[in-house]
Design a protein. Structure first.
Length: 248
């Protein structure tokens, strides 16, 4: 049961039932997976190893600084096993409830943002912002013909997305996010073999195995991972890959 909270944090995508109730009660939702605090991520070192997923280290950094009354964290197949362990850490760190959830929702909301012509950073911003609402967008943008593909999770550092054309289609877990079915493994596996695609995951994330596997299967794929920030080397690889693929 959701109490009379004003500010809560979410990690991953809690079930729509929870998001719908938070929306109905006009509770402010903070997406702890996204960088919200201008503070050194090394402040999380007392709680998590330095060699750990930068997204989950960001969760802890946000939790240390935001004034929250509860955290809802998806620890099911729609997130990762590491989220379950981070939930345990948060329980011991904080004096607020940390509610573990398992999002196994199967009702698809579609993924028009993933397939429309739009600046890739803006696409990701709209999709990640969408986790805070249980409602389907009233607008359905038109689909464009893809020139490139980005498969994977939303990166911690969105600057890596600036290198892609507006006609980039999004695949992988981010497409599952927009569809509001984060545990849909079959949808996560989907990619377009006709489109040059970067297969991306955060360094030290278990999804690096799947990203690399699919990149090797793809006739024109590039596997890429990055840690806290997207360095020059990662960006140079993307730029070279897109140029050699004739994307621009």
């Amino acid at each position: 049961m959701i109490k009379n909270y004003k500010n809560v944090g979410i990690v991953g995508m809690p079930p729509l039932e929870i998001i719908r109730q938070l929306n109905a009660d006009n509770i402010t939702i903070h997406d702890l997976d996204t960088p919200m605090i201008r503070a050194d991520i090394e402040l999380t070192a007392p709680y998590l190893p330095k060699v750990y997923c930068a997204i989950l280290r960001t969760v802890v950094l946000n939790a240390l600084h935001l004034h929250l009354e509860a955290i809802y964290i998806d620890v099911g197949p729609g997130k990762c096993d590491c989220a379950l362990h981070v939930a345990t850490v948060l329980e011991d760190m904080l004096a607020i409830p940390v509610i573990k959830t398992r999002n196994e929702d199967t009702t698809g909301f579609g993924n028009p943002i993933c397939r429309t012509r739009m600046d890739l950073v803006q696409k990701f911003e709209q999709i990640t912002e969408g986790v805070k609402t249980a409602e389907k967008s009233a607008k359905t943008p038109p689909e464009c013909t893809p020139a490139a593909g980005f498969w994977g999770v939303p990166p911690r550092d969105f600057s890596i997305l600036e290198l892609f054309p507006a006609t980039t289609h999004i695949y992988g877990w981010t497409r599952c996010m927009e569809n509001k079915t984060p545990a849909d493994h079959e949808l996560e596996l989907h990619y377009n073999p006709e489109v040059p695609t970067v297969f991306y995951a955060q360094s030290f994330c278990a999804k690096t195995a799947l990203a690399r596997h699919l990149a090797l299967k793809h006739p024109h794929g590039l596997f890429l991972d990055s840690d806290v920030t997207a360095g020059g080397s990662a960006k140079a690889k993307i730029q070279a890959f897109l140029e050699l693929s004739g994307v621009y």
